[in-house]
Write a protein that binds this ligand. Structure first.
Ligand code: PRT
Ligand code: ZN
Length: 285
């Protein structure tokens, strides 16, 4: 059987969410310890566990066929890979930050300045685009301490909550690019491999579509069905089935978690009873 090989970060921030997404897509790996390679039990997929920095090249070279990695690494490495799907986790941004006490007059601030970063390619592209001449100083870890110890004037690094910047007396002045985990693919997959990838993407989409969604069931007097249906924002018109009790129906629909309480209140006011809200695992269209 043709297998597809997926590169996954072996530890670090992407590992848990990557494995969780694969698991929710119904693919099981039996992982004991820290294997480098694992074979799925119920899907034609092998997993190769690597450092995230190595994933774009591994996929471009065809050592792995697909991979899950931060978009920031894809942009930095400029390898020949396709983004098959944006995965929506590990969201962050690549930003320029300067000492908190400095005035920031705009991008011209960076002319003649020394900027520490682990992302020299993305930074150089950005500076070139804006015609700024700065000196890029590449360091691999703890970029945020560089200004404090006199190694650089500013930094270009990943920001998530911003607390690392605050604790190093820095302020974010330019967001250069947002980033999130992406599923990348070698551009030369054969048809069988493409079919395995498409099925994987389809499953991931079904999982993600269900995220934050709830299935709602309630009972309503028949004369309130129109009013209650109008409150429910479901994908299609809600399902309405008669109850054994004369004059009553059961209404089913899908709602988002973030509008949940507002909708429940309106439904109760409109006369809904016996409201049940249950989780949705997957949504297939
Ligand atoms: O060992 P390996 O090379 O595989 O791992 P790594 O150390 O290079 O990467 P890792 O595991 O730290 O991050 C993997 C990916 O997660 C990154 O490439 C990003 O795509 C994504 N990601 C999401 C982040 C963050 N959020 C993040 N906050 N990567 C790093 N950070 C760091 C950042 O470098 C800074 O030091 O967290 C700090 C900032 O966080 P806040 O919350 O204080 O702003
Ligand atoms: Zn890394």
């Amino acid at each position: 059987m043709t297998q597809l090989k997926i590169a996954i970060q072996n530890k670090g921030r992407l590992y848990e969410d990557s494995m969780e997404l694969i698991k929710e897509a119904g693919i099981n790996f039996s992982l004991g310890g820290r294997e480098l390679l694992a074979t799925a039990k119920n899907y034609p997929l092998d997993a190769l566990f690597l450092r995230d920095d190595d994933i774009p090249q591994t996929v471009a070279d065809g050592v792995a066929d697909i991979g899950i990695v931060g978009e920031n690494e894809v942009l930095e490495k400029k390898e020949n890979v396709l983004v098959a799907k944006r995965l929506g986790f590990s969201k962050c941004r690549l930003s320029l930050a300067i000492p908190k006490s400095d005035e920031y007059p705009g991008l011209s601030y960076f002319n003649g300045k020394k900027i520490a970063t682990s992302y020299p390619v993305i930074l150089q592209d950005f500076l070139d685009k804006h015609d700024i001449k700065a000196d890029i100083h590449v360091i691999t870890g703890s970029v945020e301490i560089a200004p404090g110890i006199g190694l650089a004037d500013a930094i270009f690094d990943i920001v998530s909550s911003g607390s690392t910047l605050v604790s190093n007396r820095l302020k974010e002045v330019e967001v250069v690019t947002p980033s999130e985990a992406v599923l990348i693919a070698n551009p030369n997959l054969n048809d069988t491999q493409k079919a395995i990838l498409n099925e994987l993407v389809f499953r991931m989409e079904s999982v993600q579509r269900a995220e934050g969604k709830k299935y709602i069931l309630l009972n309503a007097p028949n004369n309130k069905i129109d009013e209650i249906s109008a409150i429910l924002p479901g994908m299609k018109s809600p399902t309405v089935t008669p109850l054994a009790e004369e004059g009553w129906s059961s209404i089913h629909s899908v709602i988002s978690e973030n509008e949940f309480w507002e909708i429940i209140g309106k439904l109760k006011n409109a006369g809904a009873q016996g409201i049940l809200v249950v989780p949705i695992e997957k949504m297939i269209f």
